[in-house]
Design a protein. Structure first.
Length: 168
């Protein structure tokens, strides 16, 4: 196989560390990785706990979610001190611009090809997580996020957060 053909079979991706899981996403889905700052909390009985609120990012209110339910004030997050927000490009049209996912460290750049990636059907996917599947990649078992479902969930949570804000 030529070098060009081998290169076309590879996809630069990011392995994103969460509290108990990892996500695998194409590099082009991510706009930036930023340091965690306190979110402007979303208050309201109907707002899901995984929706953390918004942070100011490049003059925008960036919605931030916790993919696995971890919160920035958890003891494990405080110990690490490496909590970050991975800023994703919104691609489905349900959100405008961008959204962020809370991480427990820096994403790792990896090259993915059919030789190192296979579907893992032995490890369950938690029901509450918007994931399409789990894959095996060498010694890792990351989740592939269901971006459509995730963006719909974020859009719905934003509506609930806006509805719970009392009018001045």
């Amino acid at each position: 196989m030529s070098a060009i053909a081998a290169e076309q079979r590879e996809l630069y991706s990011l392995l994103i560390p969460l509290r108990d899981e990892r996500l695998l996403v194409p590099r082009m889905c991510v706009a930036e990785v930023i340091a965690f700052v306190e979110t402007q909390s979303a208050v309201g009985a109907d707002v899901p706990e995984w929706y953390l609120g918004t942070v100011d990012w490049n003059g925008r209110a960036l919605p931030v979610v916790s993919f696995d339910g971890s919160r920035p004030n958890d003891a494990s997050s405080k110990k690490r001190g490496r909590t970050r927000i991975v800023v994703f490009h919104a691609i489905t049209g349900r959100l405008k611009g961008y959204y962020g996912i809370l991480t427990q460290g820096f994403p790792q750049l990896v090259r993915v090809n059919p030789d190192v990636l296979m579907l893992d059907t032995e490890r369950p996917i938690p029901d509450e997580q918007p994931a399409l599947c789990r894959v095996r990649m060498i010694h890792e078992f990351p989740l592939i996020p269901d971006v459509e479902r995730l963006e719909l969930m974020v859009a719905d949570a934003q509506k609930l957060a806006r509805a719970s804000v009392p009018e001045a």
